[in-house]
Ligand binder design. Sequence first.
Ligand SMILES: NC(=O)c1ccc[n+]([C@@H]2O[C@H](COP(=O)([O-])OP(=O)(O)OC[C@H]3O[C@@H](n4cnc5c(N)ncnc54)[C@H](OP(=O)(O)O)[C@@H]3O)[C@@H](O)[C@H]2O)c1
Length: 335
Amino acid sequence: MKHALVTGATGFIGHHLVQRLLAQGTAVKCLVRSESRSADLTQLDVKLVKGDLVDFKSLAEAVKGVDVVYHLAGLTKSISKTDLMNVNGQGARNLSLACSQSKCPPTLVLVSSLAAAGPTKNGDPRVETDAVNPISNYGRSKRAGELAVIDLADEVPTTIVRPPIVFGEHDRDGFQWFKMIRQLGIHLTPGLQDYYYSVIHADDLASALILAAERGARVDRRSEDNVGIYFAACDEVMTYSDLGRLIGDCVGRSRTRVLRMPMCVIRGVALTSDLWSRVRRQPTILNLDKAREAAGGSWVCSSSKLCSETGFTPSASVEERLRQTADWYIGKNWL
Ligand SMILES: NC(=O)c1ccc[n+]([C@@H]2O[C@H](COP(=O)([O-])OP(=O)(O)OC[C@H]3O[C@@H](n4cnc5c(N)ncnc54)[C@H](OP(=O)(O)O)[C@@H]3O)[C@@H](O)[C@H]2O)c1
């Protein structure tokens, strides 16, 4: 039986990964920060280990006896650039260091992000050998996490997976799109130009992560081809407007209107929302950092390398997955 540690198991993607690992008979330990946030996990056949990415000692204890560490924990939004760097950058370093000090270092699968690589200027899908150019604080912090684990890759067998936008059941941030479209029949699109996006459903990402652990190459610090780094996305690429219309179809708003917002308006709204979130000390997804990403161009990547090296294929179309997600939100009375 395989033994895995999942960090970020209380989060959106972590939820999907844990279910999938359990279904295939893996013994799962989850690193959790607080009991209040881990109530759902206590219903599952998993072991909870208390720890925090910024507390090295707790990580050394958590990685003991596992074959694979799936590192999902991180901040996707924050009111502080320093927090992003501490958790996504230094946190990844701490975890990799803890793995390296283990008697038999486990395989480390780091969930990074397309944001660590940056947008595509001409709309061509990014591939792993492209030079990176993160344009947001979030992207730079995820890149810092990549560099930290690459640094220790001689001691810890490491694979890095970079997803684009992830959607699916349990996602609270993506839910805001579905909610606005269902309630108002309106899809707000940033900018006057149509950019293209890659997306992936969280279940497909979970299977990509497991395949990356089982069959993926490991990072080789000396290689110039970024061996052991993979983008994981659906083949389909769509504009933000198309995504909104598809969601509209799925939530019973087939005449959803796409409202294009000039970037200066988006920046103004994001600035206000940012200031308000600082006052409340509660991060929001509508922030200046995300506005920077929205203005950056298309966010498209190719999974060809992951598919050819691990056999990964998404198990349903984006439309089917959006419908499944919408049905879940409706079934749970979120919508
Ligand atoms: N969602 C996306 O569209 C997307 C796209 C690309 C990449 N990613 C990456 O995928 C990963 C998971 O994202 P997600 O959407 O599932 O995020 P999420 O729902 O916000 O979950 C984040 C998880 O990280 C944990 N965490 C945060 N700070 C921690 C710390 N200091 N120590 C230990 N655990 C900590 C949280 O634990 P608590 O419950 O205790 O807060 C939670 O379990 C992240 O690394 C993110 O950068 C996400």
